[in-house]
Design a protein around this ligand. Structure first.
Ligand code: C2E
Ligand code: CA
Ligand code: CA
Ligand code: CA
Length: 281
């Protein structure tokens, strides 16, 4: 067994090395891309299910790669988190998302202007410079804090943390909303819903996928909606792709939805078109 293990190791080794070289290469190119601001943002509408209206947009980062095609956000965000490059990249996203949506708001007349929701990774939440970055983004863009939502994953809230707690309270007092992304997928207790000032739950797509067919999934989603309701939280269903899902979610009292059924992530121009179309209707 020992020898065959050795042989296997030898067999896989060149591959491993190649992999490391590729990762190193990607890391270097990511660093350059951050310096050159080679990224772009797409916006995916969040829809009020009962009214059928766009209420906000989630900003989603893209790295449009010339030679090797598009690197998926899952890939480059994970790498940026690992290396710490997420700090400058995240700051870029925040500034540009705020500026874009402030501009969009100024071009559309809405009693309640659409908000922008920005993904903030665990590392950024622990970063002492983050609050200043948020303030600067609002100052420079002129975006009202009420028009900004920040997303975090449950991993940020696994244990009581005075820094995170104080940060969330400060943001909340400024008028910024906090959303839990991918709700239900983290290995954490629900205690954080009591301990931290959360405003919104985004139910992960994996729960939405199997409704209405799977009774157990339906029960889970309904339970989450009830829980949120009791706690005074808003709910956004993620990854809504079908009309049957939408109807069931609406009937269960889910306030908001996001997904290909309504619109994919779009560039700012297309987002504006969608918004204007809704204004006319
Ligand atoms: P996420 O925050 O859960 O974002 C939702 C993802 O689901 C997006 O993938 C979106 O394009 C996709 N999606 C939306 N509706 C549907 C649907 O109906 N069906 C399906 N199959 N997919 C749908 P995307 O843009 O590839 O982003 C992947 C992940 O990368 C995001 O997941 C988020 O975790 C991360 N990410 C993207 N941009 C940023 C960023 O600026 N900062 C950070 N920290 N993370 C980001
Ligand atoms: Ca998100
Ligand atoms: Ca999500
Ligand atoms: Ca996700």
């Amino acid at each position: 067994a020992k020898t065959s293990g050795k042989r296997q190791w030898r067999r896989f080794r060149p591959e491993l090395r190649e992999n490391m070289a590729k990762r190193h290469d990607l890391r270097v190119r990511l660093g350059r891309a951050i310096e050159e601001e080679e990224f772009s943002l797409l916006y995916q509408p969040v829809v009020d299910l009962a009214a059928g209206e766009v209420v906000g947009f989630e900003a989603l980062a893209r790295w449009p790669h010339t030679r090797r095609g598009l690197v998926s956000p899952l890939q480059f965000i994970a790498l940026a988190e690992e290396t710490g490059q997420i700090t400058p990249l995240g700051a870029w996203v925040l500034r540009n998302a705020a500026a874009d949506i402030a501009r969009l708001q100024s071009r559309t007349a809405r009693p309640v202007p659409p908000y922008v929701s920005v993904n903030v990774s665990a590392r950024q939440w622990r970063d002492t410079g983050f609050l200043g970055e948020v303030r600067r983004s609002l100052d420079i863009s002129g975006l009202r804090p009420e028009s900004l939502q920040l997303e975090l994953t449950e991993s940020v809230l696994v244990r009581r943390d005075d820094h995170i707690d104080a940060l969330l309270r400060t943001l909340k007092n400024m008028g910024i909303r906090i959303a839990v992304d991918d709700f239900g997928t983290g290995f954490s207790s629900l205690r954080y819903l009591r301990d931290f000032p959360i405003d919104v739950l985004k139910i992960d797509k994996t729960f939405i996928d199997d409704i209405p067919e799977e009774p157990r999934q339906v029960a889970l989603v309904e339970g989450i909606i009830r829980l949120a309701d009791t706690l005074g939280l808003q709910v956004i269903a993620e990854g809504v792709e079908g009309q049957a899902q939408r109807e069931l979610l609406t009937s269960m009292g889910c306030g908001f939805g996001q997904g290909f059924l309504f619109a994919p992530p779009m560039d700012l121009g297309e987002s504006e078109t969608v918004l204007l179309r809704h204004d006319d209707a």
